[in-house]
Write a protein that binds this ligand. Structure first.
Ligand SMILES: NC(=O)c1ccc[n+]([C@@H]2O[C@H](COP(=O)([O-])OP(=O)(O)OC[C@H]3O[C@@H](n4cnc5c(N)ncnc54)[C@H](OP(=O)(O)O)[C@@H]3O)[C@@H](O)[C@H]2O)c1
Length: 509
């Protein structure tokens, strides 16, 4: 039996492993797993790499082979107990003869939960809650999606030091540096959907595609800086996998990819990548949440964000969407709107699967324009063929647009944004990257629908022009939306700040 400190260290490693799935597992969670043999040596490691692929436990157990018998498995999310595209992990753990299972976070999904109970029924010792905070953080997007039945929202903005996101004449290109903009592209690429308001589309004609650069340094993720879990007592690396004892932090940066900075390898194999000696952070990242301790690996944007297991078979967020589902529907509309409605599953390229494909075949994030009246110009760049696009319009609008339309009820003078997020969740959009502008962002904040803020601040002043955030329902100081800074990182000449609401939305509630 391991000590609590050993439990925490092995779970920290599992959280690190889970972070490797960021950007590729949706609509599944990111999950990491470490398997020890009966002597307490690391025998296997794994993470869930893509929806439909093997779950973390299965990967780690395969590495461990016979060594798993009588051993201990550390899993960041409760092992599933249902058969989706893959078999139940609880059964795989039982079949492998594991004697103890340590779980960080219970599965909130009633269809997939029950793994812990099943294991206990069969005499396996189960411990729940080890390093739960870190495991929640690494999986925050999927947990929001699974618990609330709506997509998780990251609002990103770029502003001057005095908080302006556009000049008086509406120009806003560019406030921040190429390095900061490259970082935005990486974050976009890891999201399932990118949302912008019609005001931004009309003003800037953005593509809203993810075009991650290939060689731009990114700030080191806190995850990469996290000390290796104390595997030093477990010098034996898993067969064929990374050396668990090496303390190899999840590598960082890489210019590759569709990942949150610091996410490291995005290979499809769910085994741990080898340590990257060059993977050290290229810029100092100051975590404000104690990530320096092994207690919070995977924290901060670098290693934070999404994750989970076998969502394909989860109680669909569509179920949870409840009222949203009948209030809105997806259609591929020519002129005239509603006649060509299709179900929420959507037509190719617009509904389920529009946000993400599976495994390596994933398309870019779906672009969503919030445009009640359907004013998106027919030749707007967001309507090109580089990524799927949904135009969210009012139920009673009559847009003359050859585009995939998502009909939504009106609310407070705009579209109902909560229904929008539920409808997107029903289409497997776990994570949303909200790009503004200020009016739309203000509405998301007003309704408590922003789960994470990523701000790029340039050392520049405007003095007038648009504020980064429009009206957010605050009339008096007592009503301000309080956030907590979780990370500060320099990016080129700019600074990236990551903050989360303290007492509203998602997990902070
Ligand atoms: N620096 C940055 O990070 C950044 C990012 C993005 C944009 N910008 C700048 O922001 C400016 C555009 O911002 P903006 O505020 O004018 O436009 P916006 O926020 O992009 O779009 C606002 C429009 O969205 C529609 N909408 C539909 N439902 C809504 C709801 N529930 N709440 C709010 N809006 C809803 C409304 O038009 P309908 O009623 O017609 O639907 C509304 O006028 C541009 O200058 C752009 O350059 C800067």
């Amino acid at each position: 039996m391991q000590t609590p400190a050993q439990d925490a260290a092995h779970m920290a490693r599992a959280v690190e492993l889970a972070a490797h799935g960021h950007g590729t597992t949706s609509p599944n969670p990111v999950v990491g797993c470490v398997v020890l043999d009966a002597a307490g040596q690391v025998a296997g490691e794994g993470f869930h790499a893509y929806a439909g692929g093997p779950h973390a436990e299965v990967v780690a157990l395969a590495q461990a082979g016979e060594r798993a018998r009588g051993g201990t498995a550390y899993v960041t999310l409760e092992p599933c107990d249902h058969t989706g595209r893959t078999g139940p992990c609880s059964r795989a753990l039982l079949a492998a003869g594991v004697a103890r299972v340590v779980i960080a976070v219970p599965d909130p999904n009633p269809k997939a939960a029950g793994g812990a109970a099943r294991l206990r029924e069969h005499g396996v010792a189960v411990t729940v809650g080890v390093l739960a905070e870190a495991a929640e953080r690494v999986n925050e997007e999927w947990l929001t999606y699974a618990r609330l039945g709506r997509s998780h929202v990251t609002w990103k903005f770029a502003a001057t030091l005095d908080g302006r996101s556009a000049a008086e004449d509406g120009t806003s290109k560019w406030i921040t540096s190429p390095e900061a903009r490259a970082d935005v592209h990486r974050l976009r690429a890891a999201a399932d959907a990118i949302i912008a308001g019609i005001g931004t589309v009309l003003a800037d004609d953005p593509h809203l595609t993810a075009r991650p650069p290939t060689a731009t340094p990114v700030p080191g993720p806190v995850a990469a800086a996290a000390p290796a879990p104390a595997h030093s007592d477990a010098a034996t690396g898993p067969q064929g996998g990374a050396s668990a004892g090496s303390g190899a932090a999840v590598g960082t940066s890489g210019g590759d990819s569709a990942a949150w900075p610091g996410d490291a390898s995005h290979g499809r194999a769910g085994s741990a990548p080898a340590a990257d000696p060059n993977g050290a952070a290229s810029g100092a990242v100051v975590s404000l949440s104690g990530v320096g301790s092994a207690a919070r690996p995977g924290d901060a944007l670098g290693g934070a964000s999404r994750v989970p297991v076998g969502v394909s078979a989860l109680a669909g967020p569509g179920d949870a969407a409840g009222g949203g589902a009948d209030a809105a529907h997806l259609e591929h509309g020519g002129a005239g709107g509603g006649s060509s409605a299709v179900g929420p599953a959507g037509s190719a390229g617009s509904g389920r699967g529009a946000g993400r494909g599976e495994g390596a075949g994933r398309r870019g994030p779906v672009r969503v324009v919030v445009d009640a009246e359907g004013r998106t110009p027919p030749f707007a760049r967001v309507l090109d063929d580089q990524a799927p696009t949904l135009i969210a319009v009012a139920e009673d609008a009559d847009p003359r647009l050859d585009a995939d339309l998502l009909r939504l009820p009106r609310r407070d003078g705009g579209l109902d944004l909560e229904v929008l997020l539920r409808e997107l969740a029903a289409r497997d959009v776990v994570s949303v990257f909200l790009e503004g502008g200020p009016t739309l962002a203000g509405a998301f904040v007003r309704h408590g629908l922003v789960d994470r803020v990523v701000a790029y601040l340039a050392p520049a002043l405007l003095g007038s022009g648009r504020a980064a955030l429009g009206a957010a329902g605050v009339g008096t100081i007592a009503d301000l939306h309080r956030l907590r800074f979780d990370e500060v990182s320099p990016i080129g000449p700019d600074v990236r700040l990551v903050a989360r609401p303290v007492n509203q939305s998602g997990r902070e509630k």
